[in-house]
Design a protein around this ligand. Structure first.
Ligand code: 5AD
Ligand code: SF4
Length: 443
């Protein structure tokens, strides 16, 4: 039996791509190993969204090089966004690599491995096929692992937004949606194998249906259709762009109990001039209006976001606008980043005028504010009963399970391990809160 070691950097799309490669390779006779030293094949699925992610990849490859020296039969592949962006450069920088693939070549992973075995010559395989429909064909037969009670399903890939700071449109190409029938089939399959919650994935899921479909349907209609699938208990989606977030989708939140009360809606900055330079094409007021409407339909919705500090030219006053909007909206959690210039993006041509020290001070300041907002909200759960989907075992000492409530708070659970199991939806009395998580006893 051959073994593959898989490492993933970056977003949920990459995690899903790695899972897909694991499945394809499983059917070519590979089993996943957690030990690099035991592997016949090592794949690193990379991310280029920020410089830090790239640095982590290079340092991982530094550690893999000696394995290749001791075992020349070992196949070493780099896949994902760094591959698409800098294919040939990667081979030059790391001549011990056997191949480089882009995110669009995931389905060809077994072909790539065979090609290396036969030709023994390193190669780069990247690029986008504009004509080709976006399809993830079903692979029948055994699965390498049971689907998680909370499973991801890719519905759209790529992005047409071209925010000036972002490399994604270059590494993942133009938007393409998967046919709804294919999605229903995949979701039914996941539910048949134990999934209870489905998280629809894409760089901009709200743009679903605009391109690449024989029978186009808009995103909100897809939500209504998926919610009808028997056995589905919860539905989520990520991630969204405010400009494609429609009133009909707000109504879907109101109408569909299964569409749980959490929305991740990146705002990036709380200042209109910075938003314009970022080419977000909306104002803070427009974003706020959307949130107000959503909150009026779904009062207990929790909101999370993405924020960048230190964008080129960001003044202290502009940064303070971001703090104000965070406080006003009251995010339950945020992904917060210091701006990192990405080669080839329009913003990388702007003068990166905010000193590193200021960027990191601002980052610390928003993290501090977010921690306070999170604390205030997490406290309000004490003594309350929440509904939790059990996803697996808890690593917190004294707790048997972990899961999430509808608002996406992590919950650690105490309960009889013979009575409950992953996939169960249970009511939990919250006894304690800490950081970003709740803990309590299953009723
Ligand atoms: N620098 C910092 N953060 C970035 N993001 C995207 N590009 C950059 C960049 N160049 C952040 C955005 C996006 C999230 C996935 O990553 O906030 O929403
Ligand atoms: Fe990047 Fe903007 Fe597309 Fe999000 S919407 S992936 S930030 S270009």
């Amino acid at each position: 039996m051959k073994q593959v070691f898989l490492e993933t950097f970056g977003c949920q799309m990459n995690v899903a791509d790695t899972d897909r490669m694991e499945l394809i390779l499983f059917h070519s006779g590979y089993r996943r190993t957690q030990e690099k030293e035991d592997a016949d094949l090592i794949l690193v699925n990379t991310c280029s969204i920020r410089e830090k992610a790239e640095q982590k990849t290079f340092s991982l490859f530094g550690g893999l090089k000696p394995l290749k020296t001791t075992n020349p039969d070992l196949i070493l592949g780099l896949t994902g966004c760094m591959g698409q962006q800098d294919g040939e450069k990667m081979l030059k920088k790391m001549p011990y690599l056997d191949f480089v693939l882009g995110p669009d070549q995931v389905e060809g992973i077994d072909q790539a491995v065979n090609r290396v075995r036969e030709s023994k010559k390193p190669f780069v395989w990247t690029g986008f096929d504009i004509e080709k429909a976006y399809s993830i064909p079903e692979i029948s037969g055994d699965l390498p692992k049971k689907p998680s009670p909370s499973s991801f399903v890719n519905i759209i890939k790529g992005c047409d937004k071209f925010c000036t700071f972002c490399i994604v449109p270059f590494t993942r190409g133009r938007e393409k949606s998967r046919e709804p029938e294919e999605l229903y089939q995949e979701i039914r399959h996941l539910i048949d194998h134990g999934a209870k919650e489905i998280i629809l994935l894409g760089q901009n899921v709200n743009s679903y249906g605009k391109r690449g479909l024989k029978n186009p349907i808009p995103f909100h209609e897809l939500l209504y259709k998926i919610a009808e699938i028997p056995g589905l208990e919860r539905l989520r989606f990520t991630t969204s762009h405010p400009n494609d977030f429609t009133r009909e989708t707000i109504r879907a939140y109101r109408d569909l109990d299964k569409l749980v009360n959490h929305l991740h809606l990146p705002i990036q900055s709380g200042n209109n001039d910075i938003l314009k330079l970022m080419r977000r094409d909306h104002t803070v007021e427009e974003y706020q209006e959307l949130i107000d409407e959503l909150k009026s339909e779904v009062p207990d919705i929790s909101l999370t976001t993405d924020i960048i500090v230190g964008f080129p030219g960001e003044t202290d006053a502009q940064f303070r606008d971001t703090l104000k909007v965070m406080e006003r909206i009251g995010y339950s959690s945020s992904f917060m980043f210091s701006y990192s210039p990405r080669p080839g993006t329009p913003a990388s041509e702007f003068e990166d005028s905010v000193p590193l020290e200021t960027k990191s001070k601002r980052l610390q300041e928003i993290i501090k504010l977010q921690n306070r907002l999170t604390q205030e909200q997490v406290q309000s759960y004490k003594g309350k009963t929440v509904e939790v989907l059990i996803e697996g075992g808890s690593s917190k000492p004294g707790y048997s399970f972990k899961g999430r409530n509808p608002q996406y708070w992590r919950v650690n659970l105490k309960g009889d391990e013979k009575k409950f199991q992953p996939g169960d939806i249970v009511q939990v009395n919250i006894e304690k809160t800490s950081g970003h998580s709740l803990s309590g006893l299953i009723q």
